[in-house]
Design a protein around this ligand. Structure first.
Ligand code: SF4
Length: 411
């Protein structure tokens, strides 16, 4: 069989676009839309092209950050239809953590080797701009070396409106208190018609762009995200990527792009508004691959969200254009509360193993992609800092476990 047959099924326009991307030419939004519809051999060619581009852009390293998520409250009045995380203040499992509890979580993060805490919460109607600053001051006061990656554009919008300051001044006020970078969440799909269905009371596209550009303008970098697998079309996704690329060409402030698959189990959008039940595996891989080819060279880091994809699909995504495994997280409730069952903590030992299994080199990075440590050889790996968790078993079950013989391998 000749090698030509491997990709002989490609339409000429798909072959032309992949060739253009690998030649370093900028793809159009129409090109991205067409690639987002590929299947079969065309999808495999797309994945291969993106993997080649990834190797050219970032080499064979796969980076990750040791971090802890901290959600300070799940009380929120915004009412996004896709959200399974938010609670009314009178609900039994509503919480609003006091500062001491946040410090305990930050202390635990540092003890487990974290360089970053990622702090986000619901929009609590009784809070104001000072609450965000108090969180920064408290954590930075105790842990001055910890990078604080915090507050989505929605939270910035809320705090800014309460502050009465100029937007840039408000952002500087937070940076002075310790804000290190900003999650580019609350983007969902940057299309106002769709946002009116997904999040009718959330900030609109123009305001999201205004806040992100203002942050980048004062040197505060952010991630960029997209939520897919619900009501969006391929055109919405392509337009969203085009907008992110335009912003990056203007500001250079995005550290990475993170596609976030919609988790459908526990929310109004799926249960009452006919959204799709999240993305398929081919859709996940297509988007990773298109992001690599479309966003290069401006956004070089394409991150997999292991919480959404799971470990094995994350490995395939890292072979389809992605170069970053994201964070260890340690605690994750936003996806879990919506129905994700991929866990909350991916210890760095396991991340390194998963990276090595695909023949790549694990690299611990800072939030802004400085290399902190390379792990070229597993023999040099440091011991785990993860606490040993004893199984919580009842007396008889503990006894049965103690009496159990160790089985032979593979039995
Ligand atoms: S997504 Fe955020 S802003 Fe929207 S309801 Fe949930 S917690 Fe509130």
């Amino acid at each position: 069989m000749s090698l030509d047959r491997l990709f002989g099924e490609l339409r000429p326009e798909v072959a032309r676009i992949l060739d253009a991307a690998l030649s370093g030419r900028e793809l159009s939004v129409d090109d991205a839309e067409l690639l987002l519809g590929t299947e079969g051999a065309e999808l495999q060619a797309l994945q291969r092209a993106a993997d080649v581009a990834r190797a050219e852009d970032k080499g064979d390293d796969v980076s990750f950050v040791v971090c802890r998520n901290i959600n300070f409250t799940n009380i929120c009045y915004v009412g996004c239809t896709f959200c399974g995380f938010s609670r009314h203040k009178d609900e039994e499992d509503a919480y609003d953590h006091p500062m001491e509890a946040l410090l305990v979580k930050a202390k635990d993060a540092v003890a487990r080797g974290a360089t970053e805490v990622c702090i986000q919460g619901g929009i609590h109607p009784n809070k104001d701009h000072t609450h965000y600053r108090e969180i920064l001051e408290a954590i930075k006061g105790e842990f001055p070396d910890l990078h604080i990656h915090a507050f989505s554009p929605e939270e910035i919008d809320f705090g800014h409106k309460k502050s009465g300051m100029e937007l840039s001044d408000y952002l500087r006020w937070l940076v002075d208190a310790g804000l290190g970078s900003m999650p580019g969440t609350a983007a969902e799909i940057l299309d106002d018609e769709l946002r009116r269905v997904l999040a009718p009371r959330k900030l609109d596209t123009a305001r999201w762009v205004e806040i992100v550009k203002a942050a980048h303008g004062i040197g505060l970098r952010s991630t960029s995200t997209l939520m897919y697998g619900h009501l969006e079309t391929q055109r919405h996704v392509a337009n969203h990527l085009g907008l992110l690329r335009d912003i990056q060409q203007e500001t250079g402030g995005f550290t990475e792009f993170v596609p976030l698959g919609f988790i459908h189990e526990r929310n109004t959008l799926f249960n009452h508004m006919h959204a799709r039940p999240g993305s398929s595996a081919p859709e996940d891989l297509r988007l990773i691959a298109v992001a690599r080819l479309f966003l290069r060279p401006g956004i070089q880091n394409i991150q997999v969200s292991w919480v959404k994809l799971g470990r094995k699909l994350s490995q395939i995504a890292l072979m389809s254009g992605a170069n970053d495994f994201g964070g260890t997280l340690m605690e994750e409730s936003i996806s879990r509360e919506s129905g994700s069952d991929h866990g909350e903590n991916l210890p760095q030992e396991e991340m390194r193993r998963l990276i090595r299994e695909i023949g790549r080199t694990p690299v611990e990075r800072s939030t802004e992609y400085g290399i902190l440590r390379r792990f070229d050889d597993p023999i040099d790996d440091p011991p785990s800092l993860e606490p040993k968790i004893e199984p919580q078993l009842s007396g008889p079950a503990r006894q049965r476990l103690a009496n159990k013989k160790v089985p032979a391998a593979n039995s």
